[in-house]
Design a protein around this ligand. Structure first.
Ligand code: ASP
Length: 340
């Protein structure tokens, strides 16, 4: 019998309507459990740890990531797999963060949630949660975990966590992985794609990284962007890293001032990584002349990484040292990007 630890942080899946405001708020874990008797009637042993209070994922921050990752780390030997219940709004950030925090992970950590609260008749909560539990405890014939990495299960797809983005605020299919195929599809049967899974060496011990440096920013370019805005952001006190969201294959306006602002920032030790505004495809600096200035200024390529993965990876590496961040931001660590 597989043993799974369910870690509940909150999110819509745990919510009820507030009598006064009519807005959705997380209930407590006992209320949630009462809606989910199936959790304790299946073929797996499911134990529960919960945040107190449960929270909306808009309130998630790096301290919460440390709390979640520590729960996995502290109980790592006791369980075959882990499921993390989380609001959908920032799930891709949290799941990406944990994929970098848990180095050498060789057990499944599956994030899930729902678009409708568990108590609503048409809710997607039960299917999402019960399938996530099944996936987190699933083993092959040799008894090895089938998907021993951090993933998101939603609607009928299992995605690598650090490849996901929340794409829809209404549909049950809330997430997508634009640049990497699904690791499993769930219908009558769950069909796994083991050749797509990232495996760590099971002989290596699990290492927990917890130091985040939040002195980072996202700078989204747009036609007509003005120098004072860019300057104010790049000269913000304490800034250490920037996700530069560019056009198409990693392109930017050729205004001299933009080049100078970026170059000055890089010369001052700020790490700038180029991430395309397109969901699908990769940064290819040098393909168009309009990206040459970025290369000259010392901007690094983010290839086909998501903003969620790039930001969390940057915060975690900067938490170690800026040198480490500079060295590893352009390298693939756990399947988060395709470096050509
Ligand atoms: N606001 C909710 C949250 O992220 C949305 C959800 O869970 O779907 O916690």
């Amino acid at each position: 019998m597989s043993k799974v630890l369910l870690i509940s942080t909150g999110g819509t899946i745990t919510m009820v309507r507030d009598a006064k405001t009519q807005a959705l708020v997380p209930a407590d874990i006992e209320t949630f459990k009462a809606y989910m008797p199936e959790l304790f009637a299946g073929e797996m042993q499911v134990d529960i740890e919960a945040f107190t209070p449960l929270i909306d994922s808009s309130d998630i921050n790096p301290d919460c990531w440390v709390k979640m990752a520590r729960m996995v780390y502290d109980h790592y030997e006791e369980y075959d797999g882990f499921v993390i219940l989380h609001g959908t709004d920032t799930m891709s950030y949290s799941a990406s963060a944990l994929s970098f925090m848990l180095e050498n992970l060789s057990k499944p950590v599956v994030f899930t949630g729902s678009q409708l609260p568990v108590g609503v008749l048409r809710s997607d909560a039960k299917e999402n949660l019960l399938t996530a539990i099944e996936i987190s405890g699933a083993k092959d014939e040799e008894g090895n975990a089938i998907v021993p990495e951090v993933t998101i299960y939603f609607e009928d797809r299992l995605f690598r966590a650090n490849r996901t983005t929340k794409r829809n605020a209404e549909h049950f299919s809330a997430f997508n992985s634009y640049n990497y195929p699904a690791l499993a599809k769930a219908g009558v049967h769950i069909t796994y794609q083991p050749h797509l899974v990232h495996y760590s060496d099971p002989e290596k011990p699990l290492i927990l990284h917890t130091a985040f440096d939040c002195n980072v920013a996202v700078l989204k370019l747009f036609p007509g962007i003005q120098q004072p805005v860019v300057r104010a952001l790049l000269r913000a006190r304490g800034l250490k890293g920037v996700v530069l969201e560019t056009f198409g294959a990693g392109n930017a306006p050729t205004d001299k001032w933009l080049y100078k602002e970026l170059k000055t920032a890089v010369d001052n030790g700020i790490i700038i990584v180029n991430k395309t505004q397109c969901n699908t495809g990769s940064v290819e600096m040098g393909l168009y002349a309009v990206s040459l200035n970025l290369m000259k200024a010392g901007v690094l390529s983010g290839y086909d990484i998501t903003t969620e993965a790039l930001l969390t990876k940057m915060m975690l590496l900067l938490g170690e040292t800026p040198e480490k961040a500079k060295e590893l931001l352009g390298k693939e660590l756990c399947g988060e990007m395709t470096v050509d």
